[in-house]
Design a protein around this ligand. Structure first.
Ligand SMILES: Nc1ncnc2c1ncn2[C@@H]1O[C@H](COP(=O)(O)OP(=O)(O)OP(=O)(O)O)[C@@H](O)[C@H]1O
Ligand SMILES: O=P(O)(O)OC[C@H]1O[C@H](OP(=O)(O)OP(=O)(O)O)[C@H](O)[C@@H]1O
Ligand SMILES: [Mg+2]
Length: 282
């Protein structure tokens, strides 16, 4: 059985469960279920705190885990990234009251509040900045108003939390993060069950970002049309009963589908259809 760590709370938890469900795995019904065996797929899921997942995976007791890149780096655990999953995207940044700091050099001598001491400690050391770090569990934006710190270092997505606290970003992002699949550093990347799990998740990523596009086009315009829809390998071109026309079928990035449909229409294509992809293996 493949043993997989899944976040049980927070921003990673819902989207991770949705992705596993789309990949055909059983998922827990309620938040009190902490372990779930999916016997049919020979997988056992352990629902754990996102922060603890890298530690379990690095111990070798669990084969793989889903966590945030920032949480992996913060933990310092012996685990490594295998596949980015495209959700829980964020940046990690310093912030302070407007006008108090002009750049990173001004961090010297300040106290920085954060839930990510590992990342911040390493970043300050790498930059040669001498600042104190105070650990808080969450809601770190409030630490400045309450006088516990002059600077915070935290996850920023939309920036709403910073704006609401009257803070502004200082310097460039320390890192960019998203949900990732991790394994123990040095574990066999070719283990067949691990490869199969990753292929399923990759299938979900592709199904989410591509659509299938079908259209009819005059035979003389087919080369121009397939240049717009080259597909992943090569589009399928089938003859129509009317020999002057062909039907084309190709995968297209969902975000480009409308623009491509307009361009195909201008080339003379008709009956242009897009349909969703439920699952795939490339
Ligand atoms: N607002 C957000 N938008 C996108 N990703 C986020 C956001 N907040 C946290 N994350 C990501 O979620 C992970 C943090 O997991 P964590 O358990 O702390 O979730 P959380 O959403 O902060 O929940 P909690 O309520 O437990 O603090 C990190 O990878 C972080 O980058
Ligand atoms: O830029 P934004 O879109 O506002 O998102 C970032 C906020 O989201 C997270 O907080 P969360 O809600 O998890 O609370 P926490 O601070 O208690 O972890 C993070 O710690 C920031 O505070
Ligand atoms: Mg949080």
């Amino acid at each position: 059985m493949l043993r997989i760590a899944v976040p049980n709370k927070g921003s990673l938890s819902g989207p991770a469960g949705d992705m596993l469900h789309e990949a055909g795995y059983r998922q827990r019904r309620g938040t009190k279920e902490l372990v779930l065996v999916d016997a049919e797929n020979e997988v056992e899921f352990f629902y754990l705190r996102p922060r603890d997942i890298a530690i379990y995976v690095s111990s070798g007791k669990l084969d793989i885990g889903i966590t945030g890149r920032d949480l992996l780096l913060d933990s310092g655990a012996g685990a490594e990234e295998m596949l980015p999953l495209g959700f829980a995207r964020s940046t990690f940044r310093y912030a302070a009251r407007p006008g108090t700091l002009t750049g990173l050099a001004d961090l010297a001598g300040t106290t920085v509040a954060t839930s990510y001491e590992g990342i911040v400690g390493k970043h300050l050391a790498d930059q040669g900045i001498d600042a104190s770090v105070v650990h808080l569990d969450g809601a770190v934006e409030t630490a400045i108003e309450l006088g516990v710190a002059q600077v915070i270092a935290d996850v920023v997505e939309t920036g709403t939390s910073l704006r609401n606290a009257g803070l502004e970003i200082v310097g460039e992002p320390i890192l960019t993060s998203e949900a990732i699949v991790i394994r123990r550093t040095g574990a066999d990347p070719e283990a067949p069950k691990v490869r199969q799990f990753l292929r399923r998740l990759q299938g979900v990523l592709v199904a989410r970002s591509y659509v299938m596009m079908d259209y009819d086009i005059r035979a003389e315009s087919v080369e121009q049309a397939v240049a717009l829809t080259p597909g992943l390998e090569s589009p399928t071109v089938s003859p129509l009963h009317d020999r002057g026309w062909v039907a084309v079928r190709s995968m297209v990035r969902a975000e480009e589908a409308q623009r491509i449909m307009d361009e195909l229409y201008d080339l003379g294509a008709r009956a242009i259809l897009t349909t969703g992809i439920h699952a795939c293996r490339l």
